[in-house]
Design a protein. Structure first.
Length: 134
């Protein structure tokens, strides 16, 4: 007789749903690519991601292979591997953050300049003029 451990196992469909939501997010392109790789429709992948349709054994094996994990990981019997980083996406995000920081720094310089002009004295103007010319 099997002894209860006090923790309930979630149904495999729920775990697959959570894995797909984590790995695919809201990206329609990712869903399309996964559907094409598996030879199923986008609608099928959307149903799996929503948890409204179960998977057969062949689909579980193919999905696990495509997501680069074991079937036990996909079904929640083992911990998930960490998601792989998409180097292109990471580089784009770093570029966007960098651009935003450059714009913010320029805006802060403008604010500092305006504030300096409001409390400016002839001595401060001379000092700033010397700093800018060097």
């Amino acid at each position: 007789m099997r002894k209860e451990t006090g923790t309930k196992r979630r149904p495999a469909t729920e775990h697959v749903r959570d894995v797909l939501q984590q790995r695919l997010g809201d990206g329609g392109a990712s869903v399309s690519a996964l559907a094409e790789a598996l030879g199923v429709t986008r609608s099928t992948v959307y149903h799996w991601r929503a948890g409204t349709r179960g998977l057969g054994a062949d689909e579980i094996m193919a999905l696990a292979r495509e997501l680069e994990m074991t079937t036990d990981q996909l079904l929640g019997n083992e911990p998930l591997p960490p998601p792989k980083l998409d180097a292109k996406r990471v580089a784009e995000e770093i570029g966007a953050v960098s651009d935003a920081l450059v714009k913010t720094l320029a805006a802060l310089r403008d604010v500092v300049s305006v504030l300096e002009d409001r409390v400016d004295s002839p001595v401060q103007r001379a000092r700033r003029s010397r700093r800018r010319s060097t």
